[in-house]
Ligand binder design. Structure first.
Ligand code: ADP
Ligand code: MG
Length: 615
């Protein structure tokens, strides 16, 4: 239960709505308990009109509203038929008032729970955005999604229906028990005696239900992750003709889920019969005990009817005890899971007093080592690298040599395990991450485009400052403008899941345009021309030469761009620099670079020749 205290600030936020809601619940129940009293009165009146009726021995104690009503009816001296009619209309009116109040009770409390649900989802989403890359590596997307949808819905069942039924239950039991006690203490005790047994039975059944539900929840999580993966990897599944195997996999998972769910249904099936039994017992006690009393005092007849109505009225709320208890327990378990993520501290956070100055100047990696958390892979080892302002550097190296890691460290997706990285003499840990990332454009190795229009993908995050002209200029620089114009709706063409499918090269170039439009101080291209042909690559590089004039650029690749003059070329191996210098120096060194250069030059020339032959 303590986990649910995280919700209290929301109740406080919507306190006015909540308070009014409680008043509506209390009001609705107050009017609910008036009707049986009038029914009891009518029965007594009927009984008085029967032949041989004895005068009423004792006046039952009514609620003051009902007493006033009865006094008024008695004094108005109407005939018997009119009296019955007046009472019937009054009962109907009470039901209407109750209905209206119940309508408003839902309007306030259930609507409040929807507001809380909305706020909670926003808070979780905001927290997800703050968490670092490492968090996303260690938690599955299915789990993240589940906590935001399934768990939040369960918490809503607590903030809405559960709270509403709980208040309803307390109010109804309160009002009806007071009414019953005022009329006949002994009969009340007999009638209510089975209810604690009912509550206890429901409690027992509930603990079993909760255990099973927890298990079902985790199985459901597995099932969601499992199917999510199948949808994302559908092409691989189809091309390897693994549909059947995947179905089998899914079936096995959902079979486990089914077994648990069926088990739960069986336990839940005990619920209602046991409740019906207890309510039946209460009714039986009322009729038997009340009946015996009525033999001596005929005014008890109305009382019996009244009590039977009370018991029926209590049926639903008492059954809701177990139901609400189980909802609250489930909500607590869900809130616990939500809290785990809400309280997760991002390992990359702004320092308490970050420098807000724009970043500029030398990029300096000082004795940087980095080990990936959880896997223990030493990706960077004792790296010293100085990049002057405005320099263009090329980072080469085999796959896994640590090239992308360097870029990620520079953007502070991770912090170095040892050493530090400074820009313009300031440790990047002391720079506001917002400014740092705004000033560095990072074109990632794995391109990601959103399901949105081409122009929105390019202007991503710059909706105000990026004019159509700027967007087109960026696309021209990355040599994708003409292809975009060739799409049916040009820059307004939808891409991604709901739109056109782009080639790998087109995606890469759109993501380059996205980086260029930011007009950053520093730009990092991480192997982002791997899917374009040599001719296009040549064009892009020529364009970039002008664009990058005053910018610092780090170009990571496994290809050599012979046409581009780099100020510095570094070759990485196992996270360390094994060669560093300009083109001429490295050619003289005759190492990895020279070998790669000779090998690729012949290939590139061949490709370019073939390309020009096509034109
Ligand atoms: P490159 O870009 O040169 O191909 P990376 O910088 O991506 O190399 O990777 C360097 C090493 O770190 C590799 O051994 C790789 O397996 C490992 N690595 C990369 N990313 C992660 C990660 N998120 N978690 C754990 N290990 C990683
Ligand atoms: Mg890489």
């Amino acid at each position: 239960m303590k986990h649910l205290s995280a919700i209290n600030p929301y109740f406080w936020k919507y306190r006015n709505r909540f308070f009014i809601g409680i008043i509506f619940v209390i009001g609705a129940n107050y009017f609910a308990v008036l009707a049986p009293q009038i029914t009891g009165y009518v029965v007594n009146q009927v009984q008085l009109h029967l032949p041989g009726a004895k005068p009423v021995a004792s006046k039952p104690a009514h609620d003051w509203l009902v007493s006033g009503f009865i006094k008024w009816v008695d004094h108005s001296n109407v005939d018997f038929g009119t009296l019955i009619a007046i009472c019937s209309v009054t009962i109907l009116l009470l039901a209407i008032i109750r209905g209206v109040l119940m309508f408003f009770m839902r309007q306030t409390i259930i609507v409040m729970s929807r507001h809380i649900e909305f706020d909670q989802k926003n808070a979780i989403f905001q927290q997800y955005q703050k968490l670092d890359t490492n968090f996303y590596k260690t938690n599955s997307t299915g789990d993240l999604m589940n906590r935001m949808s399934e768990d939040v819905s369960r918490v809503r069942m607590y903030t809405g229906p559960a709270i509403m039924y709980l208040i309803n239950l307390v109010a109804l039991i309160g009002f009806s028990v007071v009414s019953m006690l005022r009329k006949d203490v002994a009969l009340t005790i007999y009638v209510l005696a089975p209810l604690p047994i009912l509550a206890f039975t429901i409690y027992l059944v509930n603990s079993i239900i909760n255990k099973k539900s927890e298990k079902i929840q985790s199985l459901l999580s597995d099932l969601t992750s499992n199917s999510q993966e199948s949808y994302s990897g559908i092409r691989v599944i189809k091309s390897f003709v693994q549909e059947k195997a995947m179905l089998g996999f899914f079936k096995a998972n959902s079979e486990a889920y089914r077994e648990q769910a069926v088990g739960l249904a069986k336990v839940e099936a005990i619920y209602f019969p046991s409740m019906a039994l207890m309510i039946g017992l209460s009714t039986l006690f009322t009729i038997c005990i009340g009946g015996i009393q009525a033999l001596h005092d005929t005014s008890k007849l109305g009382l019996i009817v009244e009590f039977v109505i009370y018991i029926n009225m209590l049926t639903f709320p008492v059954s809701a005890i177990g139901w609400t208890a189980s909802m609250i327990q489930r909500a607590a378990a869900s809130q616990k899971r939500i809290n785990e993520f809400l309280h997760a501290k991002p390992s990359i956070e702004n320092c308490s007093n970050p420098s807000g100055k724009p970043i500029t100047g030398v990029i300096d990696f000082q004795n940087v080592s980095f080990t990936y958390p959880h896997t223990g892979i030493k990706a960077i080892q004792r790296l010293d690298l100085r990049i002057e302002k405005g320099e263009k550097i090329l980072v080469l190296g085999r796959t896994g040599s640590g090239k992308s890691t360097i870029a990620q460290l520079l953007l502070r997706f991770y912090d170095p395990t040892i050493g530090r990285i400074c820009i313009g003499g300031i440790d990047i840990k002391d720079i506001d991450t917002k400014i740092l990332r705004e000033q560095i454009s990072y074109v990632q190795q794995d391109v990601f485009l959103f399901s949105d229009t081409v122009s929105n993908n390019i202007r991503f995050g710059l909706s105000e400052t990026a004019s159509q002209e700027k967007i087109e200029k960026a696309a021209q620089f990355s040599n994708v403008h003409n292809e975009i114009l060739g799409f049916e709706k040009g820059y307004e063409t939808m891409i991604g899941e709901r739109g056109v499918t782009l080639s790998g090269g087109q995606k890469q170039r759109i993501s380059i345009a996205r980086a260029l439009i930011k007009d950053p101080e520093i730009i990092v291209f991480d192997d982002c021309l791997s899917a374009v042909d040599a001719k296009t690559e040549y064009r892009i590089l020529s364009n970039l030469y002008t664009y990058l004039k005053d910018k610092t650029a780090i170009i990571i690749t496994h290809r050599i761009f012979s046409t581009f003059r780099f100020d510095k070329i570094i070759v990485l191996e196992n996270g360390s620099i094994i060669e560093m210098g300009d083109h001429d120096q490295l050619m003289i060194k005759n190492g990895y670079y020279a070998e790669l250069y000779r090998m690729q030059l012949t290939e590139q020339e061949k490709e370019l020749e073939e390309g020009s032959a096509e034109i």
